[in-house]
Design a protein around this ligand. Structure first.
Ligand code: CA
Length: 248
């Protein structure tokens, strides 16, 4: 039987510490891939208790679909799934350049399996049975590594984006943009010299498809062009938009 958390830590206000002080990850949205209903329910409940939105996929097909359509800060991935293996889910994601940090949940404790999991691009793994607080500690560590690794500024030509301060420097001026305009400019500058399609932009700047209005991206682009030199963002008809490496 798999134990998700210990009996003692599951009792709020137990002599040790209240359960919620033992856990804690500051994550807004997580993808949980787990076909075992007991583990899935326990994890979902524990995550909900700290305000984390959980997309719970019960098989590989659902997992791939959710991974493609939503943005998650971390993926918890069980390997033994009813259709494809979790290994296939991970391979698929990495081949599609979906870089979300992944903590694999596995029943296989042998070294071969663990090495294979990490070689495929998982950030960490935890072996069943496990305690909730260890899983959360691993998630916290993975997110810390991920945040340190991602650069805090991106820039090209005359635009410099400070991700920590949420500001944009342009021709000696510092601008604060509305959240979506900022996110859109960030995507274009990060992918400087490449055409970025509407689909990619929508996926990056909206949390869910429901949030997308029919011409929302066009409105954001229009606003950005008014604030910067209009030629900074080029429209490539039918393909998307790009920021040139050396705008002239
Ligand atoms: Ca399983």
């Amino acid at each position: 039987m798999v134990m998700v958390w210990s009996e003692r830590s599951a009792i709020p206000g137990s002599l040790d510490q209240p359960a919620k002080n033992q856990v804690g990850i500051d994550v807004k949205r997580i993808l949980l891939v787990e076909d075992d209903p007991m583990i899935g329910r326990s994890l979902t409940r524990a995550l909900h208790e700290q305000g984390t939105l959980v997309d719970w996929a019960l098989d590989a097909r659902e997992a791939i679909e959710a991974w493609r359509t939503q943005r998650h800060e971390v993926v918890l991935l069980d390997l033994g799934l009813p259709d494809l293996s979790g290994v296939e889910v991970l391979r698929n994601a990495r081949e599609e350049n979906m870089a979300t940090p992944v903590v694999v949940i596995t029943a296989r404790a042998d070294v071969e399996s663990r090495v294979a999991i990490l070689d495929l691009g998982a950030d960490d793994y935890i072996v069943k049975p496990f305690e909730l607080r260890e899983l959360f500690a691993r998630v916290r560590a993975v997110l810390r590594r991920h945040q340190t690794a991602s650069r805090s500024t991106v820039e090209t030509g005359e635009i410099r984006i400070d991700l920590a301060m949420h500001t944009v420097s342009y021709r000696g001026k510092t601008l604060r943009l509305p959240t979506r305009e900022f996110a859109l400019l960030h995507v274009l500058v990060r992918e400087v010299g490449k055409i970025v399609s509407r689909e990619v932009i929508e996926k990056e700047i909206y949390l869910s498809p429901d949030e997308i209005g029919s011409n929302a991206v066009d409105v954001l682009i229009h606003n950005l062009r008014r604030k910067f030199d209009k030629d900074i963002i080029r429209n490539v008809r039918g393909a998307g938009w790009l920021v040139m490496r050396d705008p002239r």
